[in-house]
Write a protein that binds this ligand. Structure first.
Ligand code: YH5
Length: 279
């Protein structure tokens, strides 16, 4: 019997690894900050990820890269609501990457299926914002805050600390009345961790101990990949595919990636090797 994840309109079968495609709705050098321009570009990109074989989409309107500046809830909503509305009919689960309770409520009303919170639903009102819905929850570990988290990450025992944090936050979610089948955990690669700490946390993923909750793993194009291969984010595709496969081999249920087509092929070949599972 394979497990499943309750995720809004969907009950996702976790019997094979799922590919979550990343949809950023943030201003770029061409957009001039015009909200509709950003949304149109994100919707087009999402359709490309769907064509590439994504199983679900993760929509984010606030950059959480190290050092990024915060945006207001209104600006975040102006970016992501049109994207959610346009993608509602695409038949894939829609996750929203946000840590603001107000944004959570509004996107759930607009039909989002999952909330992906890099703060692990620690901000006041975050658990209450999702409790009365049937959305999925991704609970992620982060040490510190995005602006400063990479300045001096420090752990006595990173495995124990991530394990303790994820246990505490998942227990808080259960205490808020959330069904355990709605919860997925994430060690939070790159969020207050050095390259060495990130690689240890990936190597020893099975030892983190997810208490039976599924894992969502995000490594795509991150600086831990750049640290090894010495390339800029856009040129980290091959390195990211290697990392995604290593995560799947260690038990990841969902991988969050930019490069959907490459990851879909790699996971298919890995499954053929591992399980003799052909088309
Ligand atoms: C994650 O791991 N990550 S946003 C820096 C990069 C490339 C990518 C320097 N949201 C995660 O993707 N949500 C983000 O190059 C996330 N897990 C979950 N659940 C950061 C990101 C990135 C940062």
């Amino acid at each position: 019997m394979s497990s499943s994840l309750l995720c809004g309109r969907f009950e996702l079968n976790l019997g094979r690894p799922l590919i979550m495609g990343i949809v950023n709705v943030t201003p770029d050098s061409f957009s001039d900050g015009a909200a509709h321009f950003e949304a149109d570009a994100a919707i087009a990109h999402a359709h490309s990820l769907i064509d590439q074989g994504a199983d679900m989409l993760d929509i984010g309107g606030e950059s959480t890269r190290p050092g990024a500046e915060p945006v207001s809830a209104d600006d975040e909503l102006a970016r992501i609501l049109p994207v959610i509305e346009a993608l509602r009919s695409c038949r894939l689960p829609l996750s929203v990457d946000t840590f603001k309770p107000e944004v959570m409520r509004r996107v759930l009303d607009a039909g989002a299926d999952m909330i992906n919170d890099i703060y692990g639903f620690r901000r006041p009102g975050a658990l209450q914002a999702v409790a009365d819905s049937n959305c999925g929850l991704c609970i992620m570990h982060m040490q510190g805050e995005p602006k400063t988290m990479q300045q001096a990450p420090r752990y006595d025992d990173i495995l124990a600390e991530v394990r303790r944090f994820l246990r505490e936050r998942s227990a808080a979610a259960l205490a808020a009345g959330i069904d355990r089948r709605r919860i997925v955990l994430d060690p939070g690669y790159g969020f207050g961790k050095t390259p060495a700490q990130n690689y240890q946390l990936l190597r020893q993923l099975p030892d983190v101990g997810g208490e039976g909750f599924p894992w969502l793993i995000g490594l795509s194009r991150k600086s831990m990949i750049g640290h090894v291969i010495g390339r800029e984010p856009a040129d980290r595709v091959f390195g990211s595919v290697a990392a995604a496969l290593a995560a799947v081999a260690r038990g990841a249920h969902i991988v969050r990636v930019h490069d959907v087509a490459a990851t879909v092929d790699a996971v298919k070949v890995w499954r053929a090797i591992e399980f003799g599972d052909f088309l």
